[in-house]
Design a protein around this ligand. Structure first.
Ligand SMILES: Cc1ncc(C[n+]2csc(CCOP(=O)(O)OP(=O)(O)O)c2C)c(N)n1
Ligand SMILES: [Mg+2]
Length: 596
């Protein structure tokens, strides 16, 4: 309500009637603000809030994006990017670990355009702050390398003065302003206590209004003075806005190529999937890990999509998502702010929220990599990216199965890939060879309504060379396709994904009535026409077996029998783990023979 009332007063197109419909179905004012998506379009909402701590680290993503935009687009003559990023956060936001990861990154990369205001009221929901926190948050932020300030948050002059000082300081430090406040100030019965956080304050509102001289019987009251104040602010801002438009026009005329790149980036205008597939030559791969195929593909993607950037939680080398010649983001060492590779350090959760922040900022398309099994460390951020429909985000998750081998069960995903598939609106691609990897990457940068996860293998996989490149690529864009057609009347369908497609093909080629279907992405397949789906998986053929080196559950939607891995793995060479847990063509064949 705080944010909605401000947006309304500041002149955004958020009518008072919509503010009054707070938390009602189809209103512009849902319970927690939501980034414009297919269900909400509230002007001025810059990111989806709700999970505490995420906002602080989203703000770090905004600050990254802004620094990058300054480095790429500002010229000696024209400065078109020069804004600061502000975040308002509470005790809960700093108790959550993700803000700590992001704060360390922000200081390390010297994001001095970031200003965080800490509403330090020493109160959370259940209890008074002292019940759960005794650390000195100010000292903690100072230790990270932030510039810290402490003020009385109710002293508006102090707020204004400190913000001005924070803005004026470009000393390489992000700014942290601890504003000491009293929750529910003026609500004498509960002020300063956790009871003021939510509903417990309601009975005391009338009294509070009386105390500060507001009419008690008016619920949606805006005083004349308040309106006047905001109108003045708007007029002042309009002058600055018109000035900026002039600079922007001059910049556009002087730098037409940059201007085109910026417009395309902001409008998210990319080549069509078809154009990209045409521009990426056949891989010619032999036996090759899909992470290695991915490394070749990402170089093409980086050329085709100039606003594409790719970070990693210290696993660029293993996940193979480094953009060659793209430079490294940040300051110090060989880094610069225009760098397209981001070194997040081993901070997966922050990486996820920062990617979301970059996407919200609305210029770049951001991917981040880690081992698939560690995606649980950023899982909360996948959820928000999916519901906020952040198509600018993708995750590159390698070491996709028990095939990882020696590192053992902590590093061998089993439930992970299916665990991602159950999110609404995440397209989870587990390509089976190099050409499927090409199409999966293309999907990740051309998708318009949500994020994509790319699940890639550590170990080599065979290529389905019997099928033309274009059929493998186009089939992949449809989520599933016939990887080997039956040569006799159809009486068996073998469905597989990723590194198990090679086994399905090996077994399928000796069974004339068997069709092999490669299904790299379930959700994309589900979005195809009934006709296409029936063409790939005819309902008349009920004898179907699926194979994947992961938990079997989801595959029963498509198959009557599943060769899966419903247990954790163990440490041994990858091919031994695969063999012991039944991920071989021999076992697939034996399982088919047992079907009636
Ligand atoms: C990750 C997460 N956990 C729990 C909650 C539920 N929750 C909402 S507000 C809140 C207390 C927050 O305290 P603080 O940030 O100090 O806000 P204040 O009460 O001072 O306004 C909790 C636990 C949440 N929104 N997100
Ligand atoms: Mg608090």
């Amino acid at each position: 309500m705080f944010l909605y009332s401000w947006l309304h007063l500041a002149g955004f197109d958020l009518p008072l009637d919509e503010v009054k419909r707070f938390r009602q179905h189809h209103s512009m004012t849902p319970g927690h603000p939501e980034f414009p998506n297919s269900e909400h379009n509230t002007p001025g909402i810059e990111c989806t809030t709700g999970p505490l701590g995420a906002g602080v680290s989203n703000a770090v993503g905004f600050a990254v994006s802004e620094k990058m935009a300054e480095a790429l687009f500002n010229t000696k003559d024209h400065k078109i990017f020069d804004h600061h990023i502000y975040a308002l956060a509470g005790d809960g936001c700093f108790q959550e670990g993700v803000s700590a990861e992001a704060a360390a990154f922000a200081a390390h990369e010297k994001l001095d355009n970031l200003i965080v205001l800490y509403d330090s009221n020493e109160v959370t929901l259940d209890k008074m702050g002292e019940y759960t926190q005794s650390e000195d948050i100010l000292k903690r932020y100072e230790a990270y390398g932030w510039e810290v300030y402490e003020i009385d948050g109710h002293d508006l002059n102090a707020v204004e003065k400190t913000l001005a000082a924070a803005k004026a300081s470009d000393n390489g430090k992000p700014k942290f302003i601890k504003c000491n406040t009293i929750i529910g100030k003026g609500m004498v019965e509960t002020e300063g206590t956790n009871a003021a956080h939510g509903e417990a304050g309601v009975p005391y509102v009338d009294n509070a209004k009386k105390n500060i001289g507001l009419p008690v019987d008016e619920k949606w009251y805006v005083s004349k003075e308040t309106r006047y104040f905001f109108d003045q602010v708007q007029q002042k801002n309009k002058v600055k806005y018109d000035e900026w438009q002039k600079t922007f026009k001059a910049w556009s005329e002087a730098n037409p190529d940059l201007a085109k790149m910026l417009h395309n980036a902001v409008d998210d205008k990319v080549h069509s999937a078809e154009e990209m597939l045409n521009a990426i030559p056949p891989t010619g791969a032999k036996a090759e890990a899909t992470r290695v195929s991915g490394n070749k593909v990402i170089q093409h993607i980086a050329k085709l999509v100039p606003n594409y950037i790719s970070g990693s939680a210290d696993l660029h080398g293993s996940c193979r998502n480094y953009i060659e010649g793209g430079g490294n983001f940040g300051t110090g060492f060989d880094k610069k702010y225009s760098g397209r590779n981001l070194y997040f350090g081993i901070r997966e959760h922050a990486m996820g929220t920062i990617l979301n922040g970059i996407a919200y900022h609305g210029i770049f398309k951001a991917s981040g990599s880690t081992f698939a099994v560690f995606v649980d460390y950023l899982r909360p951020t996948l959820r928000v990216a999916a519901l906020a429909e952040l198509n600018r985000v993708s995750w590159i998750l390698t070491h996709d199965s028990i095939g990882v081998g020696e590192d053992g069960p902590t590093h061998q995903p089993v439930e992970t890939v299916s665990g991602l598939r159950v999110f609404p609106n995440i397209d989870v691609y587990r390509p089976g060879d190099a050409e499927e990897t090409v199409a999966a990457y293309v999907h990740s940068v051309t998708r318009k309504d949500g994020p994509t996860a790319l699940i890639l293998s550590r170990q080599n996989v065979d290529q389905n060379d019997a099928l033309p490149v274009t059929e493998r690529r186009h089939g992949t864009l449809k989520g599933a396709y016939i990887a080997k057609k039956e040569t006799a009347p159809l009486d068996l369908i073998i469905i597989a994904t990723g590194s198990e497609v090679q086994h399905a093909l090996k077994v399928g080629k000796d069974i004339p009535g068997a069709r092999v279907v490669s299904m790299p992405c379930m959700s994309v397949f589900e979005r195809q026409s009934d006709e296409y789906k029936e063409g790939v998986l005819p309902s008349t053929c009920t004898k179907r077996i699926a194979m994947e080196a992961g938990v079997s559950g989801l595959w029963y939607k498509y198959a009557s029998k599943v060769v899966g891995v419903d247990r954790f793995g163990f440490s041994a060479p990858g091919n031994i783990v695969m063999k012991e847990l039944g991920m071989t063509p021999e076992n697939l064949k034996a399982q088919i023979e047992m079907m009636n």
